[in-house]
Design a protein around this ligand. Sequence first.
Ligand code: MTE
Ligand code: MO
Length: 424
Amino acid sequence: MPSPRPVGHRIETDYDRRRLRQWLAGEARADGVTRRRLLTLLAATAAGTALEAARPARAAGGPIVKPLSPEWFIQRGTNAETRWEALRGTGHHTPNELFFVRNHTATPVLNADEWRLRLWGSGLRGTPGEDRPVEFGYDDLRALPAVTRTAFVECAGNGRSYYTSQQGETVSGTSWALGAIGVARWRGVRLADVLRRAGLSPYAVDVQPRGLDAEYVSGGENLGRVRRPLPLAKALNDVLLAYEMNGERLPYDHEYPVRVLVPSWVGISSIKWVGDIEVSVQPLFSPWNTAFYRLFGPSHPEGGSAPLTRQTTKSAFELANVATFAVGRRHVLHGRSWSGAGAVARAEVSTDGGANWRTARPHDRPRTSTWTRWSLSWQPEAPGATHLLARATDSAGRTQPDLAVPNTLGYLFDAVVRHPVNVV
Ligand SMILES: Nc1nc2c(c(=O)[nH]1)N[C@H]1C(S)=C(S)[C@@H](COP(=O)(O)O)O[C@H]1N2
Ligand SMILES: [Mo]
């Protein structure tokens, strides 16, 4: 049986080519994306229509509302990375207080009583010729059948700093180590249920959720509010509109009152503070599936890869960056591995620079869209600085390589990370 990865990728590439051709033929819409960008993407290819007036969102004092204790987080601009050593002993789900934050601008503090989710666009069966939106309030969503699901949210750029520190590549973007991931138990409603209730047209192809946070300005250009198209097939499959995280009301940063949760896909798909969802019979483009969140560079198609979807395979130790171990003693190393392409089939650890690998003992029943915790004992025999290596193989047959294929924006790092430790 062929592995799901190339097949899934091919489908995505074909889908992307088809939608770009449709754009050239005037059958697709691209808001806030330049014509030059789309022409580049076609490898040979937007007229922007005016963005809808932004609904003002109340911004909080700083970019992040929750307290960022330095023992738990590394602050990176408007973002906060979870420290892996802080996850030690926290259980399968990342506590909300410890969950990483990735904000393009700042967390808006919204009021659930005033919040409305507006569904609109050509992909809804309304009165013909009339673009009549359908609205849901917070209580309307809570009254629909609820589902619960454990899933990670992981930034596409998680691990980006290792392109530079391990591979000598120059990449742009937030210099995450491996802490731009968290796993939560999300509770909400199926996006499929909401779309059907809104009157989904059989001709709809894309949906585009958009956040209520402020417009994002990059390189002097206002790109509008954070939004990224999602193919209808994925939207109907396993996407949630989540209103609870680990049994609590969503915290402001993650994002109260409702977020989109797209299991297994790159974090940008999971739009926070969702205020509206466009449903379209035409393929949609935004800067978040054209200029960003594709692979660019010499190893990739001219004009970039297809828009990123599934996350890669990764592993991390629940250890501080240069953790200290006593020589001659037996230690238990703890870590976690995960993949966007399936469950973790095996996690292995090398304590001798990659010459020998031992299979770690799993602590979870491996499942898709979440990590598997593991442990392994280690008795260091000589003092000095060394590295610990962990690598995973997923149920799709992907094993973490020694080198990740570089891309200019530093997405989807998947190579084995060399974790520095000190034996004393
Ligand atoms: N509205 C909105 N949604 C957003 C973002 C944002 O800045 N604004 N950041 C995205 C990115 S890049 C990531 S990785 C995840 C991070 O989710 P978290 O902050 O809850 O960890 O949210 C995504 N959704
Ligand atoms: Mo991200």
